[in-house]
Design a binder for this molecule. Structure first.
Ligand code: SF4
Length: 162
Protein backbone atom coordinates (compact mmCIF):
# COMPACT_ATOMS: atom_id res chain seq x y z
CA UNK A 1 0.00 0.00 0.00
CA UNK A 2 1.31 3.44 -0.94
CA UNK A 3 1.96 5.86 1.90
CA UNK A 4 1.31 9.60 1.62
CA UNK A 5 3.42 12.18 3.46
CA UNK A 6 0.91 14.78 4.69
CA UNK A 7 1.22 18.22 6.30
CA UNK A 8 0.38 17.68 9.98
CA UNK A 9 -1.89 20.73 10.03
CA UNK A 10 -4.15 19.11 7.40
CA UNK A 11 -4.85 16.40 9.98
CA UNK A 12 -5.94 19.14 12.37
CA UNK A 13 -2.79 19.17 14.47
CA UNK A 14 -2.28 22.65 15.97
CA UNK A 15 1.17 23.28 14.47
CA UNK A 16 0.61 26.33 12.27
CA UNK A 17 2.24 29.70 12.91
CA UNK A 18 -0.99 30.85 14.58
CA UNK A 19 -1.17 27.80 16.84
CA UNK A 20 -4.05 26.26 14.92
CA UNK A 21 -4.59 23.34 12.55
CA UNK A 22 -6.32 23.33 9.16
CA UNK A 23 -8.15 20.01 9.08
CA UNK A 24 -9.35 18.64 5.76
CA UNK A 25 -12.93 17.37 5.87
CA UNK A 26 -13.25 15.13 2.85
CA UNK A 27 -14.29 11.52 2.31
CA UNK A 28 -11.22 10.51 0.31
CA UNK A 29 -8.90 12.04 2.88
CA UNK A 30 -10.77 10.28 5.70
CA UNK A 31 -10.52 7.00 3.80
CA UNK A 32 -6.74 7.33 3.40
CA UNK A 33 -6.47 8.13 7.09
CA UNK A 34 -8.48 5.02 8.02
CA UNK A 35 -6.34 2.91 5.69
CA UNK A 36 -3.26 4.08 7.61
CA UNK A 37 -1.61 5.64 4.57
CA UNK A 38 -1.07 9.09 5.98
CA UNK A 39 2.35 9.95 7.42
CA UNK A 40 2.01 13.31 9.21
CA UNK A 41 4.90 15.74 9.18
CA UNK A 42 5.40 19.44 9.91
CA UNK A 43 8.65 20.72 8.41
CA UNK A 44 8.66 23.99 10.35
CA UNK A 45 8.20 22.41 13.78
CA UNK A 46 10.68 19.62 12.94
CA UNK A 47 13.06 22.29 11.69
CA UNK A 48 13.11 23.79 15.18
CA UNK A 49 10.53 26.59 15.04
CA UNK A 50 8.07 27.08 17.93
CA UNK A 51 4.25 27.13 17.94
CA UNK A 52 3.01 29.80 17.66
CA UNK A 53 5.66 31.60 15.59
CA UNK A 54 5.81 34.74 13.48
CA UNK A 55 4.68 34.06 9.90
CA UNK A 56 7.53 33.86 7.42
CA UNK A 57 7.75 34.31 3.65
CA UNK A 58 10.26 33.33 0.99
CA UNK A 59 12.21 36.31 -0.32
CA UNK A 60 13.11 35.06 -3.78
CA UNK A 61 12.16 31.49 -4.63
CA UNK A 62 12.32 28.19 -2.83
CA UNK A 63 14.84 26.60 -5.21
CA UNK A 64 17.22 29.47 -4.50
CA UNK A 65 16.63 29.02 -0.75
CA UNK A 66 17.76 25.39 -1.05
CA UNK A 67 20.72 26.45 -3.16
CA UNK A 68 21.77 29.03 -0.55
CA UNK A 69 21.09 32.18 -2.57
CA UNK A 70 17.74 33.34 -1.10
CA UNK A 71 16.23 33.52 2.37
CA UNK A 72 13.06 32.90 4.33
CA UNK A 73 12.32 35.82 6.64
CA UNK A 74 9.71 36.99 9.13
CA UNK A 75 8.03 40.38 8.71
CA UNK A 76 10.49 41.74 11.27
CA UNK A 77 13.36 40.62 9.04
CA UNK A 78 14.53 37.66 11.10
CA UNK A 79 16.29 35.12 8.89
CA UNK A 80 14.72 31.70 9.53
CA UNK A 81 16.15 30.03 6.42
CA UNK A 82 18.16 27.47 8.35
CA UNK A 83 15.01 26.11 10.03
CA UNK A 84 13.14 25.85 6.73
CA UNK A 85 15.99 24.02 4.99
CA UNK A 86 16.45 21.66 7.96
CA UNK A 87 12.70 20.97 8.01
CA UNK A 88 12.71 20.22 4.28
CA UNK A 89 15.57 17.75 4.67
CA UNK A 90 13.82 16.02 7.56
CA UNK A 91 10.58 15.85 5.53
CA UNK A 92 12.48 14.14 2.72
CA UNK A 93 13.96 11.68 5.22
CA UNK A 94 10.47 10.97 6.60
CA UNK A 95 9.13 10.35 3.08
CA UNK A 96 12.04 8.04 2.29
CA UNK A 97 11.62 6.12 5.55
CA UNK A 98 7.93 5.59 4.78
CA UNK A 99 8.59 4.81 1.11
CA UNK A 100 6.17 7.63 0.22
CA UNK A 101 6.16 8.64 -3.44
CA UNK A 102 3.27 11.07 -2.89
CA UNK A 103 3.03 14.09 -0.59
CA UNK A 104 -0.14 16.01 0.22
CA UNK A 105 0.92 19.43 1.49
CA UNK A 106 -0.84 22.60 2.62
CA UNK A 107 -1.27 25.14 -0.15
CA UNK A 108 0.24 28.60 0.27
CA UNK A 109 2.79 27.78 2.99
CA UNK A 110 6.46 28.82 2.57
CA UNK A 111 7.35 25.20 3.43
CA UNK A 112 4.44 23.17 2.08
CA UNK A 113 2.94 25.37 -0.68
CA UNK A 114 2.71 23.77 -4.09
CA UNK A 115 1.69 26.09 -6.87
CA UNK A 116 1.08 29.17 -4.73
CA UNK A 117 3.05 31.02 -2.05
CA UNK A 118 3.19 34.55 -0.66
CA UNK A 119 5.38 37.01 -2.51
CA UNK A 120 7.79 37.88 0.32
CA UNK A 121 6.39 41.36 0.99
CA UNK A 122 3.91 40.43 3.77
CA UNK A 123 1.22 42.32 1.86
CA UNK A 124 -1.06 39.28 1.61
CA UNK A 125 -0.17 38.78 -2.07
CA UNK A 126 -0.05 35.22 -3.47
CA UNK A 127 2.13 34.38 -6.44
CA UNK A 128 2.88 31.22 -8.41
CA UNK A 129 5.56 29.20 -6.66
CA UNK A 130 6.35 26.36 -4.30
CA UNK A 131 7.46 26.03 -0.69
CA UNK A 132 10.94 24.92 0.34
CA UNK A 133 9.90 21.39 1.37
CA UNK A 134 7.86 20.94 -1.81
CA UNK A 135 10.84 21.78 -4.02
CA UNK A 136 13.18 19.41 -2.16
CA UNK A 137 10.65 16.56 -2.30
CA UNK A 138 10.04 17.09 -6.00
CA UNK A 139 13.78 17.23 -6.70
CA UNK A 140 13.92 13.76 -5.17
CA UNK A 141 11.06 12.23 -7.14
CA UNK A 142 8.16 12.69 -4.72
CA UNK A 143 4.96 13.93 -6.40
CA UNK A 144 3.51 16.81 -4.38
CA UNK A 145 -0.17 17.82 -4.33
CA UNK A 146 -2.24 20.26 -2.28
CA UNK A 147 -5.47 19.76 -0.37
CA UNK A 148 -7.20 21.12 -3.49
CA UNK A 149 -5.95 18.17 -5.57
CA UNK A 150 -7.35 15.12 -3.78
CA UNK A 151 -8.75 13.60 -6.99
CA UNK A 152 -5.33 13.84 -8.61
CA UNK A 153 -3.84 12.05 -5.60
CA UNK A 154 -6.47 9.34 -5.98
CA UNK A 155 -5.59 8.89 -9.67
CA UNK A 156 -1.89 8.58 -8.93
CA UNK A 157 -2.56 6.10 -6.11
CA UNK A 158 -4.54 3.94 -8.53
CA UNK A 159 -1.75 4.16 -11.08
CA UNK A 160 0.98 3.24 -8.58
CA UNK A 161 -1.05 0.36 -7.13
CA UNK A 162 -2.02 -1.27 -10.46
S1 SF4 B 1 4.96 23.85 7.83
FE1 SF4 B 1 3.49 22.72 6.60
S2 SF4 B 1 2.71 21.18 8.07
FE2 SF4 B 1 3.70 22.74 9.28
S3 SF4 B 1 2.04 24.13 9.81
FE3 SF4 B 1 3.02 24.94 7.96
S4 SF4 B 1 1.77 24.14 6.30
FE4 SF4 B 1 1.30 22.90 8.11
Amino acid sequence: MESILVSSCLLGRPVRYDGRGKAVHDELFAQWRTEGRLVPFCPEVSGGLPVPRPPAEIVGDAAAVLDGTAQVRTAAGEDVTEHFVRGARLALEAAERAGARIALLKQGSPSCGNGRVHDGTFAGVSVAGDGVTTVLLERNGVSVFSEDDLLAVQSLLKELEK
